[in-house]
Design a protein around this ligand. Structure first.
Ligand code: PHE
Length: 338
């Protein structure tokens, strides 16, 4: 067969396909050309006898032939189906259900926290993920030799820039830009050089709080503020919080904050490892040295700060055993937390 003959055969096949009316006729055309003993398979089988220089053209034309014929027959078949079964749109069918998605627990904890603190007069402040060494460490009174600055803990971008290891630098930004009083919370992403496991992730979230006023503010104010938050966030079984002494470079005195276990109400259970308390935050009264770094007079202002892990709150609140579930966006998981 010459190339001209091949093209003629192809046109003939397409004309037959176009002329076919009934499903039977369509099927006949299909069998004649595409069936196991049809013309196209036979032509392909005869390829070895085609002169070498014609083979590329032969291959191309037969491929086009098969594609065009299949498309033509499929189009006919669809027409036939529509003709046989009526219009494609059936108004008597029930509508398609729209299934609303749900928020990731990380977003929910941040939004609920913002709502609770807004009732206490706190507004939301924001800061960038890429921070200066000054805001993330120096102005937070962190000495140059502090281990948290080590490249094994902090993701440095340059000698002066890093991925913030905490939301505390927003304290510095806020106080530098505003005169006291300030009353902010700042939810956001934070980064540490960690390997990921069930309770660690190199990228996680914190919520920072800062309250600075021109009248005395004490640990009692910190305690009452966080007690209100704990009750609102964790529910009625969490009635109290407690402070344990700790150290942070930017607060003095510093405390770690435990919430009474919201599952057992403090009696002791699996969730709180039988202690009745769950560690949730770091906090303290703002160190006078921090005030000096931001241009406040340490003798004229008083304040407290706290920082909480968002994933940690989400995990204890919703009973999530593995931090990685929070990042996988598996709808089976998100549906349960909804
Ligand atoms: N930034 C501290 C941390 O990441 C938490 C903290 C914030 C402590 C504010 C005291 C005051 O561990």
């Amino acid at each position: 067969m010459t190339i001209a003959e091949l093209i003629a055969k192809k046109d003939e096949a397409l004309q037959e396909a176009a002329a076919a009316q009934t499903p039977e006729e369509v099927e006949q055309v299909r069998i004649k050309y595409l069936g196991r003993n049809g013309l196209l398979p036979a032509i392909v089988k005869g390829f070895k006898d085609v002169p070498k220089e014609d083979r590329p053209a032969f291959g191309k034309i037969t491929n086009q032939w098969r594609q065009e014929l299949e498309a033509a027959l499929a189009g006919k078949k669809a027409d036939g189906d529509t003709a046989a079964t009526g219009p494609a749109f059936d108004p008597s069918l029930p509508g398609r259900w729209f299934v609303p998605g749900s928020k990731n627990p990380i977003s929910r904890v941040m939004e609920e926290t913002a709502a609770i603190f807004s009732r206490l007069g706190f507004s939301v402040a924001d800061g960038p993920d890429i921070e200066t060494k000054f805001n993330n460490f120096t102005a937070l009174n962190t000495p140059a030799h502090h281990p948290s600055m080590d490249p094994t803990d902090t993701l440095w971008l340059t000698d002066e820039l890093l991925l913030r290891t905490q939301t505390s630098p927003v304290q510095i930004r806020t106080m530098t830009a505003n005169k006291p009083p300030v009353r902010i919370i700042t939810p956001g992403r934070t980064y540490r050089r960690d390997t990921t496991d069930a309770t660690h992730s190199a990228n996680f979230h914190q919520i920072e709080g800062l309250y600075v006023d021109v009248k005395p503010v004490s640990l009692a104010d910190l305690k009452s503020t966080l007690t209100y938050y704990a009750q609102e966030m964790m529910g009625p079984r969490c009635k109290a919080i407690r402070f344990r002494p700790h150290f942070f470079p930017f607060t003095e005195p510093s405390v770690e904050v435990d919430f009474q276990c919201h599952v057992c109400g403090g009696k002791g259970c699996r969730v709180c490892k039988n202690s009745g308390w769950i560690e949730v935050a770091g906090a303290g009264l703002v160190d006078p040295r921090v005030y000096r770094f931001v241009g406040y007079d340490p003798d004229q202002v008083w304040g407290f700060a706290f920082g909480m892990g968002v994933e940690r709150i989400a995990m204890i609140k919703y009973g999530i055993p593995d931090i990685r579930w929070l990042y996988e966006n598996d709808v089976r998981f998100l549906d349960q937390v909804k």
